[in-house]
Write a protein that binds this ligand. Structure first.
Ligand code: SF4
Length: 136
């Protein structure tokens, strides 16, 4: 069996040709070793990093950027995104802070990639409408 893939590890986007012969996987078309690793992983155990934003309660900014602490099985990504839909974090938030532990039982945490300081005025956040307002 063979597959043609585009390496997503850098903007060059090398066109990979992967040949699978039993347990032997051969990769060509890569310009560097990372392409070979990606090609082999993509046909045997595809994974992806997740990057997204989450709402912040009582923060100077309404959202905080975050990512998975490690790559996640491609097939578990929708489950993780579903779990993240109900997460609202309270300010202050610090880079590296775990915002969701063991996301969708993947043993991977979702961590903050930005600091969000606490706002001087308290805010409320409506998760249904994704809006916030200052409390009087
Ligand atoms: S094989 Fe190497 S050079 Fe080519 S896209 Fe992948 S990382 Fe970039």
């Amino acid at each position: 069996m063979e597959r043609r893939l585009t390496c997503i590890n850098c903007p060059l986007g090398c066109a990979l040709h992967v040949i699978i012969d039993g347990s032997v996987i051969q990769v060509s078309g890569n310009s560097c070793p990372r392409g070979e690793i990606y090609g082999k992983s993509e046909v045997s155990h595809p994974v992806r990093m997740i990057t997204t934003t989450l709402p912040v309660l009582n923060g100077k900014q309404a959202m905080v950027s975050c990512k998975s602490s490690e790559p996640i099985d491609k097939e578990k990504i929708f489950e993780v995104m579903r779990a993240l839909k109900s997460v609202v974090v309270e300010a202050p938030v610090h880079i590296g802070e775990v915002l969701l532990e063991n996301a969708a039982q993947t043993n991977v945490n979702i961590i903050a990639t930005k600091n969000v300081e606490k706002a001087e005025k308290k805010m409320s956040f409506d998760i249904k409408t994704n809006t916030e307002e200052f409390l009087k």
